[in-house]
Design a protein around this ligand. Sequence first.
Ligand SMILES: [Zn+2]
Length: 499
Amino acid sequence: MLEHLRTEIESFTTEISREYYLQGAGLKESIDIKSFYEKYPSVKDRNNIELIKAESERSTEDPEKTKQLRYLLENTYREITSFEQSPITEKVLEAEFTGKIKYGEKEYFYRSIINEIINTSDRTIRETLNDIKNKFIENNLNPLLSESFKLGHLITKEFGFENLTEMFINISSINLHDLNKEAGEFLKYSEDIYYDLLKYYSKKILESDIPELKKHDLMYMMKYNKFDRYFPGNEMFTTIDKFVSGMGIDIGSKGRIKPDIEKRNQKSPRAFCSPVRIPEEIYLVINPRGGEDDYTTFLHELGHSLHFSHINPDLCFEYKYCGDNSVTEGFAMLFDHLIANRIWLQKIMKMDNKGINDFLLFKTFRELSMLRRYSAKLDYELKFYEDETTENRKAEYKDILSKAVKAEYTESEYLTDIDDYFYVARYLRAWMFQHSLSEYLIENFGEDWFINSASGSFLRHIWSYGQKYDANELLKLNNCSELSLKALFNHLNNQAKYV
Ligand SMILES: [Zn+2]
């Protein structure tokens, strides 16, 4: 019975992921999500919950099987919820895809407006564009999202959980409250250095003082393009290909990775990797904006793609497609953090020391800002799921986020800024994971591990596990240090001091 479920889920996941890839890539307007659930009815069959639970009861002596069933149960809960929400999700995707924003004589696609905002140097125009974008969100997306979250909350209760937080902790065994506490402490001890760097860069880039800063100003600052000359777009692929080959790794995984890096207006502004068929068919999608940002994004999605395309094909569905996404995000971050690695910048990008010092200081500022944003997001999302009255959360969103990043957020994005199913926690854990793993790689394979074939073999080996182990288990298995925000902060603090 469960074998049938597994077979159906795997085919379903492949087919729907392909649709999401096409939609996200701007190649398809809408997705008929419901039709896929109709084709594979087991995926959304609530009877499976009891079947999986009963099988778990019978397997308490077998930790391997228990874990596999725990992943399957989590996937089943999530698919049932997604199915029930799918009529709303289809409308959201369509609104995002077809949405247009008018500014004077100009008209932008909703999906390309963010790129426009972060590339606009005139502060007044930037603010106006942002206001128009927010109105679009309030009128076209928030009513749908609010309905979707309420429905999600109801379904979670039907599963027997108080709310999504309880469900997540119960199944994933990741304690979100402990993580939130650690993130809260991080916000405290990183405050002074972040404030100094923010002050320094807002003077330098915006010629403005901190009290007036808005979120879109901060986003503009993050896109600071002074360093872009070190990162020429036309050399990106060959540069990255060269060092990856130095690790004995084929950048395209022998054709299993399919890169989609051309510019398209209706392509999602957020890059993504779509593991349609693991390990054979993996899409790597970025919408290039130019400069350093493209290198970072490409490296991130490459990290995912290499992970997925090296997973042992004989593993069960659960270990290939489910489990702790902090692991795949951690591998993605291991690659994108090379861009803040002094030795990598010297050896691969051939940057001069002065350039590296300036660049690393800026990267420290950006990293702290992002980490503070994610720490605050976790706190907000935990509050958000406490009850279903989403309306009450607007002011809280603005308050928590603005305080953490020290730039004023608006209330409009209080729903669009929520990552699905506490993905924010996976990101925070991935940040710590990449730090521990990179320390390990330096210690065992040298500070230029990224051109060492022995480190390539090691990575290929740990990629092959898929997500059989969660982030902590995988680190422990390989004698790496455990997840710690404090260790990550110390590294960033040293990086800022050193330059
Ligand atoms: Zn990612």
